[in-house]
Design a protein around this ligand. Structure first.
Ligand SMILES: [Zn+2]
Ligand SMILES: [Zn+2]
Length: 555
């Protein structure tokens, strides 16, 4: 007999940082209705994925189920939760829901992207409720590193799930209310079936410091700076932006915004009230006119992005903003895994110019927006779930979160992976099936399949270059001109000083001469013999094999 089931499946974000996308389904197996929570991107590293900008979740399954999807709900406005919507939503065309700041931030970003289609959001009030078919969703305020982060209490006839989204406990956040412990406790009192929770900092003991502590350090560092000060942070971290602005005012400095993302988010934060009472910011053009001890530049580029403001300043390549010996730069941020090298380059570029650089290694100028172990224990204590599934983290983070939950007495802890379909009710939680999942790459303006051979080829090209050979062959099997040869990305000479081009040319000649005459009439055989010979000859001198393409033209 068919029965109503409550199921959960992550299509991204489990076993990796970024690309968060979860779905919940309710109903009989063949007639489930779905809601989607978040639709984010992951960032690609240049070494592994040369030329790829972003990684997106593969939503084949959702496209297939489109008619049964009731809506896509966002927990908050970070790119790892909403960054894939502009590219993927047109394929789904389902109703979108978010709180005011998240919706406004998304719209500002969409409007700044050339060619992005209109994407309408339904705005849910802060602390509001939303009913989609069998799902009633309560937005519960949690502290995080962006305004309006929400845990979602998803009530269904089969039980309540708490999807935490990204959160931490901060009793003194600079903006917004602290994590709503009372609401979460009340939810626990009423009974929670499952908790799907943020695992990012599950390896870190204790509790994360408060944004108020960071604000205090920033105030001190900005007050004591002898000359110019520049601060970089995530533009979307409005609480931090506000702390920097207040510290600047206390030190009698004007705030100049440097970088488009910073201007865009500041505008959204003004419109949604998160910068109420904060002085007006000055345009970047006024930077040069303000005395060094009366200005603070608030810059994009905390992740070392080469085109962002701080990178350009570190190369002395910014049209309006320059720094000099004796100035102070504060990184109110931490490098996302994969960006450490790029951030290091920016820091070194600044230090070489005699600029003082302050990071979270020596000062409390940044805290994470995710819960450490004591905070995870608090959440479990408030909610008291029957089932816990660790989410939002790499394998190690998930395992640590799972172990912590078991020790905290959660009766059932289940670690799953992207694409696993987990039945939460009725009966014990269990992986019952697999749904199609995977990754897409944003490559220039196109979305390509992650298993595309193109990426492998690009990696090989970047490692060993390419040799192209063009031969003109007569019908009788005679070369009519000298071979045309091009080497791209290879060393010019070998260890003895011999030219690589000449080495390749000799190999072509030798390979051709050593073929029996009748075989020389077969263009394919000639191409293959030449290709092998060229790769062999170069590999002998270089111990690396380039890609080799041979075109044989018959004339
Ligand atoms: Zn977040
Ligand atoms: Zn996140």
């Amino acid at each position: 007999m068919a029965r109503n089931e409550l199921v959960f499946a992550p299509l991204g974000g489990i076993g990796e940082i970024g690309m968060n996308l979860s779905i919940y389904g309710f109903g009989e197996e063949r007639r489930r209705q779905w809601i989607i929570i978040d639709c984010g991107v992951a960032f690609a590293s240049e070494e592994h994925l040369p030329g790829v900008d972003l990684i997106l979740p593969d939503i084949r399954f959702l496209i297939q189920e489109r008619k049964n999807i009731l809506g896509l709900v966002l927990t908050h406005g970070h790119e790892d939760h909403l960054g894939a919507i502009i590219d993927l939503w047109p394929r789904l065309n389902v109703p979108l829901y978010a709180t005011p700041f998240t919706a406004a931030l998304f719209e500002a970003k969409r409007a700044s992207e050339p060619g992005a289609p209109p994407i309408p959001f339904n705005v849910v009030p802060v602390g509001g409720q939303l009913t989609l078919g069998p799902f009633t969703i309560d937005f519960i305020n949690v502290a995080h590193s962006i305004p309006e982060s929400n845990a979602l209490a998803i009530r269904t006839p089969a039980g309540t799930v708490l999807h935490t989204g990204d959160w931490k406990i901060d009793l003194t956040p600079v903006i917004g209310a602290p994590t709503d412990a009372a609401k979460l406790t009340a939810l626990g009192d009423a009974g929670v079936l499952a908790l799907i929770g943020d695992s990012t900092n599950a390896v870190r003991e204790g509790r994360s410091p408060s944004e108020a502590d960071v604000a205090k350090t920033l105030t001190e560092l900005i007050r004591s700076a002898p000359r110019r000060v520049a601060v970089t942070t995530f533009a979307s971290h409005v609480g931090r932006v506000r702390a920097v602005a207040e510290a600047a005012r206390a030190a009698d400095r004007e705030v100049v915004l440097v970088g488009r993302a910073m201007e865009r988010v500041a505008q959204v934060a003004r419109e949604t009230g998160y910068l109420d009472g904060v002085q007006e910011f000055r345009s970047v053009q006024s930077y040069g006119y303000l005395p060094p001890d009366k200005v603070l530049a608030l810059c994009t580029g905390s992740q070392g992005e080469p085109r962002a403001a701080l990178s350009r300043i570190s190369r002395d390549d910014h049209p309006e903003v320059t720094l000099a010996r004796g100035d102070r730069v504060i990184f109110s941020s931490r490098a996302i895994p994969g960006n450490e090298k790029a951030v290091g380059e920016v820091i070194n570029g600044l230090v070489k110019q005699g600029i003082e650089v302050i990071t979270d290694r020596t000062h409390l100028v940044h805290v994470s927006g995710h819960p450490r172990r004591d905070e995870l224990r608090d959440m479990i204590g408030w909610v008291r779930p029957k089932i816990l599934i660790p989410a939002h983290g790499e394998a190690l983070h998930l395992a640590e979160h799972a172990e912590l939950a078991r020790r905290a007495g959660v009766p059932q802890v289940l670690v799953c992976g992207n694409g696993d379909l987990v039945r939460l009710a009725p009966g014990p939680a269990e992986i019952i099936d697999e749904v199609p999942s995977g990754r897409l790459y944003k490559d220039g303006s196109l979305l390509v399949e992650a298993n595309s051979r193109m990426i492998t080829a690009r990696r090989r090209l970047s490692f060993a270059g390419i040799v192209t050979v063009a031969l003109a062959l007569s019908e009788k099997g005679v070369l009519v001109t000298d071979p045309e040869l091009e080497l791209i990305g290879l060393p010019e000479i070998d260890a003895t000083g011999a030219s690589m081009t000449e080495i390749a040319r000799d190999a072509i000649e030798e390979a051709f001469e050593s073929m029996p005459k009748p075989r020389r009439r077969d263009p394919d055989a000639v191409a293959e013999a030449v290709r092998r010979a060229v790769r062999g000859a170069i590999a002998e001198r270089w111990r690396k094999k380039p890609i080799c393409h041979v075109h044989v033209l018959t004339v």
